[in-house]
Design a protein around this ligand. Structure first.
Ligand code: GAP
Length: 515
C-alpha cells in the first residue's frame, strides 16, 4: 500500500513536471480541488473526449450531441431533486478538526477487509503452490470466513443506514467499527450532518431583483430539458440517445486524491431514451458496451471491474459503476444508471409542459425511460495516466519513466529529432514535420543528446521518435524508434505516414468496440 501511495505521489509530480496538470492559481498558493491542464494535458484530454464523442455520435446513428448552457433555470434543480437531496453525509473529528464523508470512511473500512482477505489468499497460494484452490480456500479458511462475515455484517448495516437516511446509525457504525481519524488517530466524532453540494450564484443586478442560480452539478439535466427540442427537430425515434460533454461543479467537502474528486470538473454523459419496460435490457447492453470502450484502450482487462450499487438513487431502478484500479485502489470512473422516467416526469410536473413521446409503432404516447452513461473526463484522464505510468530499469542499470499511453490518445504522436543542429539536418527534420503535421501532432527537438531527447519523449508518452542523420540526406531514410520496445528501425521517409497512422488511428479502437 505504502508503495502504491509512493507511485501516486510520483504520478502527481510527473503530471506537473511535464505539463499535464497544474494546481489552479498556483502563484496564489492554489485553490482547493481545482486544477488546470497544461500543454500536454489538454491534448490528452481532447483525445479522450474525441474517443468518447465519436464512439457515441459517430458510431451510433441514433445518438446525437448537444451543448447546453451551464446556467439553467433554478427550478430545474428543484425538479431534478438536487436542491433537496444532493447532499453528502459529513462527520468531523473533534481533535484534528478534519471533516470526512461518513460513507467514504465506511467504504474505506470495507476495502481494508478485502485487502486482509487478499493477503490471506496470497500467503496460502505461496504455501500450496500449484495445488492451491482459491475457491475452496475462501470457503473453508477460518480467518477468511471471519473477515467475510464481518464484511457482510457491516455492509448490510451500512446499506440500510444509507437507504433509510439514518445518520445516527451511520455514526454508530463508524464508532462500532472503531474507525479512527487518520490525522489525530482518535475516535472522537461529531454527529453526521447533511451538506448540499451545489454552488449558487446570482444572476441579474440586485436593483431589479437578482435570481439565485446554480452552477450545474451534472450535465444530464441540460439533456432532459432539451428532450423535446431534439426529438422533434431531429425527428428522432425511440430508442435514441443525446450525448453531451461539459463542465460540472460540486462543492466537494472532502476533496482529495488529485483530479479524482474536483470542485470543477468535466462530464461526458449520454441519456438513452427507451420504451418503458425495455429499460433493463438496454441497461445491460450499455453496461457491456461501455466496458468494451474502456478495455479497447489496452491498459489491461484486469484493471476494470463493475460495482453494482447497493443504494439506488431516488430516481434509479438499476445502477452500476465501472471501476478502475487506481494507485489508491479500485475507484469509480463511470456510472451507468437506469433512471426510469423520473427526470422527464418531474420536468413535466414542474414546468407544466407535456413531455411525452408518440410511438407510431405502438400508436400511443408515453414518458420514455432513460438509461444514462456518465463518465468524468478528469477521472478517465487519471486512469489513463495511472495505467500508462511505468518506471523501468534498462540494460546497463539505467532507468526510464515512460508513459505507455494508448497511441491514439497520446498528446504527441511523433518527435522529429535531427542528430545535430547543423549540416542541413534541422531543415530535413522540418521537411518531415511539414509532411506529417496535417495528420499527427508532431514535436521538433534538437537540444541535448539523442538519449536525453528519447527520455523526454518517453516521459510524455510519445509513441514514435524519428531521428535524422547525415545518411538521411542521401538516402531519404530515417531511424524510427518505438516507445514501448525501444527498438529502432531504418525506414524510408515515404513510409512514415503509414507506419504511424496504423498505430495511432482511433479507427482501430472504434472497430474493436463495434465488433
Ligand atoms: N448524471 C449522473 C451523475 O452525475 P455521478 O456518479 O454523480 O452521476 C458521474 O457522476 C461521473 O462524474 C463519475 O463517475 C465521475 O467520473 C465524475 N465525477 C463526479 N463527481 C466528480 C468530482 N467531484 N470530480 C471529478 N469527477 C467527478
Amino acid at each position: 500500500m505504502a508503495q502504491q501511495e509512493d507511485v501516486f505521489k510520483k504520478l502527481v509530480s510527473h503530471c506537473k513536471e511535464y505539463g499535464f496538470v497544474f494546481p489552479s492559481s498556483e502563484i496564489y498558493d492554489g485553490l482547493g480541488a481545482v486544477y488546470d491542464y497544461g500543454q500536454m494535458g489538454v491534448e490528452l484530454k481532447n483525445n479522450i473526449k474525441r474517443y468518447w464523442w465519436d464512439s457515441m455520435v459517430l458510431l451510433n446513428e441514433n445518438v446525437v450531441g448537444i451543448d447546453s448552457a451551464i446556467f439553467m433555470h433554478p427550478t430545474i434543480w428543484k425538479a431534478s431533486g438536487h436542491v433537496d437531496a444532493f447532499n453528502d453525509p459529513l462527520i468531523d473529528n473533534k481533535d484534528s478538526k478534519k471533516r470526512y464523508r461518513a460513507d467514504v470512511l465506511i467504504e474505506d473500512y470495507l476495502a481494508k477487509i478485502d485487502e486482509k482477505i487478499e493477503k490471506e489468499v496470497e500467503k496460502a497460494a505461496k504455501r500450496f503452490g500449484d495445488a492451491f484452490d482459491r475457491t475452496k480456500f475462501m470457503e473453508t479458511n477460518g480467518r477468511v470466513l471471519e473477515h467475510l462475515a464481518k464484511k457482510e455484517e457491516v455492509h448490510t448495516r451500512f446499506a440500510k443506514a444509507l437507504n433509510d437516511s439514518n445518520f445516527d446509525d451511520l455514526r454508530q457504525l463508524i464508532i462500532d467499527c472503531e474507525i479512527a481519524c487518520p490525522i489525530s488517530g482518535t475516535r472522537n466524532w461529531t454527529e453526521v450532518r447533511q451538506f448540499n453540494l451545489m454552488f449558487a450564484t446570482e444572476m441579474g443586478s440586485t436593483s431589479d431583483g437578482a435570481m439565485k442560480v446554480y452552477l450545474r452539478p451534472e450535465t444530464a439535466q441540460g439533456i432532459f430539458v432539451n428532450f423535446l427540442n431534439v426529438q422533434k427537430t431531429g425527428r428522432m425515434k425511440i430508442p435514441f440517445g443525446i450525448a453531451q460533454i461539459g463542465k460540472a461543479f460540486r462543492n466537494e467537502i472532502v476533496a482529495r486524491q488529485f483530479i479524482f474528486r474536483m470542485r470543477e470538473f468535466e462530464q461526458m454523459e449520454m441519456q438513452f431514451f427507451v420504451r418503458p419496460g425495455e429499460e433493463l435490457e438496454w441497461f445491460k447492453k450499455w453496461k457491456e458496451t461501455r466496458l468494451k470502450w474502456h478495455k479497447a484502450l489496452g491498459l489491461g482487462d484486469k484493471k476494470y471491474r463493475y460495482h453494482d450499487h447497493e443504494k439506488l438513487a431516488h430516481y434509479a431502478n438499476a445502477a452500476t459503476d465501472i471501476e478502475f484500479e487506481m494507485p489508491f485502489g479500485f475507484k469509480e470512473v463511470e456510472g451507468i444508471h437506469s433512471r426510469t422516467d423520473f427526470d422527464l416526469s418531474s420536468h413535466e410536473k414542474f414546468s407544466g409542459k407535456k413531455i411525452q413521446y408518440f410511438d407510431p409503432e405502438l400508436n400511443k404516447s408515453y414518458t420514455p425511460y432513460v438509461i444514462e452513461t456518465s463518465i468524468g473526463v478528469d477521472r478517465m484522464f487519471l486512469s489513463i495516466m495511472a495505467g500508462s505510468y511505468h518506471e523501468e530499469t534498462l540494460e546497463g542499470g539505467d532507468t526510464r519513466v515512460v508513459l505507455k499511453f494508448p497511441p491514439a490518445l497520446a498528446p504527441i504522436k511523433l518527435a522529429v529529432l535531427p542528430l545535430v543542429k547543423k549540416d542541413g539536418l534541422p531543415e530535413k527534420a522540418r521537411e518531415i514535420i511539414n509532411l506529417l503535421k496535417f495528420d499527427f501532432k508532431c514535436q521538433y527537438d534538437e537540444k541535448d543528446s539523442i538519449g536525453k531527447r528519447y527520455r523526454r519523449q518517453d516521459a510524455i508518452g510519445t509513441p514514435f521518435c524519428v531521428t535524422i542523420d547525415h545518411q538521411s540526406l542521401e538516402d531519404n531514410c530515417v531511424t524510427i524508434r518505438f516507445r514501448d520496445t525501444m527498438q529502432q528501425e531504418r525506414v524510408p521517409i515515404a513510409s512514415l505516414h503509414e507506419i504511424i497512422a496504423d498505430k495511432v488511428s482511433m479507427k482501430n479502437l472504434y472497430k474493436q468496440i463495434t465488433e
